[in-house]
Design a protein around this ligand. Structure first.
Ligand code: B1M
Length: 216
């Protein structure tokens, strides 16, 4: 297989033998780490999602694909471009209660960290109380919640309601992302019931441009 196709295939097949060598070759050929992730590896992950969703792939194999994805991202991360900016602001990042998906959240962490933000990544399955405690403790400027399950979109709504009832809705702008969310759900449904700022980020780059916007 050609290199590009092979890298995508590695995610689908959960095949990590020789992964680093292929990533090195792709970079040597001039592909940036982010283009490798966005244009090749995430394409593979999309196929995994489709196969899993249609019952053609079993969960342990999805897990293997996720492991290869994580290994690849960790390998590429030191090669990514970083801006010299620093101290642009601090965000607490979490995957919401009941949800273990963290590849997207961790990509957001990398992109924001490489672009001058201080990221406090508190991990997966985080209840709103833990998110708010972390935001308080670390004096965060914003809160980011990720979640991929349809159920997580409901949890996000509950989280916003909890922020409102605690009277902290206006304290932190909230960024939401994850595959099950839609722009309309966030910008129409959630915004209409939340007195603070809530934004939808389709991907990590939109997360970055939103942070740049809310921090100015
Ligand atoms: Co699961 N899973 N999974 N899974 N999984 C999905 C989400 C699913 C759509 C697959 C499918 O059925 N086609 C489906 C959800 C269906 C639904 O809710 N209706 C699903 C399911 C059902 C499940 C389980 C329930 C399966 C089971 O146990 N029977 C279970 C859930 C457990 C739980 O959470 N309680 C489960 C488990 C797993 C694994 C552990 C095996 C593994 C996760 C490993 C890990 O993350 N450490 C896994 C995986 C890998 C997937 C798919 C295949 C891929 C997800 C992924 O990493 N994508 C996924 C299929 C899909 O998404 N279509 C699926 C790549 C990642 C980069 O994308 O996270 O969307 P994403 O992030 C994007 C943007 O969304 C955005 O930026 C990123 C790109 O730049 N973004 C943000 C995300 N968060 C952001 C936050 C921001 C800004 C942008 O600011 C705060």
């Amino acid at each position: 297989l050609p290199l590009d196709e092979r890298l995508k295939r590695r995610i689908i097949d959960g095949e990590r033998n020789g992964l680093e060598a292929d990533l090195d070759t792709a970079m040597a050929q001039g592909r940036t780490p982010l283009s490798i992730i966005n244009d090749l590896l995430l394409d593979g992950m999309k196929v995994v999602g489709e196969l899993f969703g249609s019952g053609q792939m079993q969960l342990p194999f999805v897990l293997q694909s996720a492991e290869v994805m994580k290994t690849a991202v960790a390998y590429l991360e030191p090669h990514m471009e970083k801006t010299d900016d620093d101290g642009k602001g601090r965000i607490v990042l979490a995957t919401v209660k009941g949800d273990v998906h963290d590849i997207g959240k961790n990509l957001v962490d990398i992109i924001l960290s490489n672009n001058g933000y201080d990221v406090v990544n508190i991990g997966i399955k985080q209840p709103i109380s833990a998110i708010l405690d972390a935001a308080e403790e670390h004096r965060a400027d914003a809160i980011g919640m990720s979640g991929l399950l349809v159920k997580s979109t409901v949890i996000m709504k509950e989280n916003l309601a909890e922020m409102a009832s605690r009277g902290v809705a206006e304290r932190w702008p909230v960024l939401l992302g994850g595959a099950a969310l839609t722009r309309a759900y966030v910008e129409d449904d959630l915004r209409s019931v939340f007195p603070g700022q809530v934004h939808y980020a389709r991907d990590a780059f939109e997360g970055l441009s939103l942070m740049d916007r809310v921090m100015t």
